[in-house]
Write a protein that binds this ligand. Structure first.
Ligand SMILES: Cc1ncc(COP(=O)(O)O)c(C=O)c1O
Length: 396
């Protein structure tokens, strides 16, 4: 099998399509006819991710998707889930138990932050959150009972970068595991295994699926570790449904084309916005003005489609109102949560997470009142810039 990304995306995992159909069929079934050989049937019932036993254990399309993403992420194996949060929580629960400690970041996707703060603490697992831009802070946070360093880079929503090489080295030295949420970069732009990170997780709802029509998650790691994750997944039960798995497989085929276009569009938009007088700040790792641009350029092949901007205003209240007005003035960008699809989306993090995060949490993760998070799609970049221009012109 060829080892180039575009070919992997189209052809990897074909062995799981047991039919003569060129496109894998949807295996819309909950269960499979038992093998008449009892030994084979026992194997099907107990083997990790067996694709022909019962849906919560495995499904052929789930195996095919996992094979594609494991190959891209350069891990031995992978397992899919119903959502990114199911993947992240199950992946973590396969490592830590009561009495253990995790080192994480101040800024994570909010669902992950909630899982750390409100759930793991109830089960006797402690989490220390550090400034991800400071590699020394991770070293200082390590305790005797630390089992995992969990990072997200670029981080949601403020696009800070964590040094993958430094984290992987630290984890190896301490004999603990490292895990990265690679959702924002996608495996087209960043391969954490190249730097020695052990485990990669994704919300496949985003770039991997790419069409805002499914939710899914994936965990990539060693075969032994994925077998452990599978065992938890059978107990916790968040298996990816056949239709969503099929959509994800189809979306993956164009991942490379989509992400290349998105990278190009996002850089054009970030450049435009950074010169606009009504925009106070543009955070995009591809801009030389990003404080961690050098680090981003060392560990990313492209800078993805996520841009964080701060709309100007004479005070916080006006910045909040201007950010909301800008969203309302846009005609192509859609105001919606989520990211990574073919269509450009924009969201106001302070409104979205106002209910979940305390003021202190918002400050810690860098969320300001005038901040907007943009997920750039594959539309024509001149049209996107023209839309931003007219929307900004309408601001007072
Ligand atoms: C970086 C990141 N990780 C994980 C998730 C959770 O994914 P899901 O919504 O598929 O559960 C999200 C969702 O927005 C995300 O942005």
């Amino acid at each position: 099998m060829a080892s180039n990304t575009e070919t992997i995306l189209v052809h990897e995992g074909q062995q799981f399509n047991s039919t003569a159909a060129v496109t894998a069929p949807i295996f819309q079934t909950s269960t499979y006819i038992a093998d008449s050989d009892p030994a084979e049937y026992t194997k099907a019932a107990t083997e990790a991710k067996h694709p022909y036993f019962y849906h919560r254990h495995g499904n052929p399309t789930n195996s095919q998707v996992a094979a594609v993403v494991a190959k891209l992420e350069k891990t031995e194996d992978a397992i899919v889930f119903a959502t990114g949060m199911a993947a992240i929580s199950t992946a973590i629960l396969a490592i830590v138990k009561s009495g253990d400690h995790i080192v994480a970041q101040l800024a994570h996707y909010s669902g992950t932050t909630i899982f750390f703060k409100e759930f793991l603490s109830d089960y006797g697992i402690t989490v220390t959150a550090v400034d991800q831009t400071d590699s020394a802070a991770f070293v200082q946070a390590i305790q005797e009972n630390t089992k995992l360093i969990y990072i997200e880079t670029p981080s949601n929503p403020n696009l800070n970068i964590t040094d993958l090489h430094a984290i992987a080295e630290l984890a190896k030295k301490q004999n603990i595991l490292s895990m990265v949420d690679n959702t924002f970069a996608s495996p087209i732009n960043q391969t954490p295994r190249d730097f020695g990170i052990d485990i990669v997780v994704h919300s496949a709802t985003k770039y991997l699926g790419g069409h805002s029509d499914l939710t899914a998650g994936i965990v990539c790691g060693s075969q032994d570790y994925i077998a452990k994750v599978w065992k938890r997944s059978v107990a916790l039960g968040a298996s990816l449904a056949p239709m969503d798995s099929w959509l994800l497989l189809r979306g993956l085929k164009t991942l490379s084309l989509r992400v290349r276009q998105i990278n190009e569009n996002a850089l054009a938009l970030a450049n435009y916005l950074s010169q606009h007088p009504k925009i106070k700040k543009v955070s995009y790792p591809g801009l030389t003005s990003h404080p961690q641009h050098q680090l981003a350029a060392r560990q990313m092949r492209g800078f993805s489609g996520m841009i964080c901007i701060e709309v100007d205003g004479k005070d916080e209240e006006q910045a909040f109102n201007n950010a909301q007005a800008l969203i309302n003035n846009l005609t192509i960008f859609i105001n919606a949560a989520s990211l990574g699809g073919v269509e450009s989306l924009v969201v106001h993090p302070a409104s979205m997470w106002g209910g979940h995060h305390t003021k202190a949490q918002k400050e810690a993760s860098g969320i300001t009142l005038g901040m907007l998070r943009i997920s750039v799609g594959i539309e024509n970049s001149e049209d996107l810039i023209a839309d931003l221009k007219q929307a900004l012109e309408q601001l007072s």
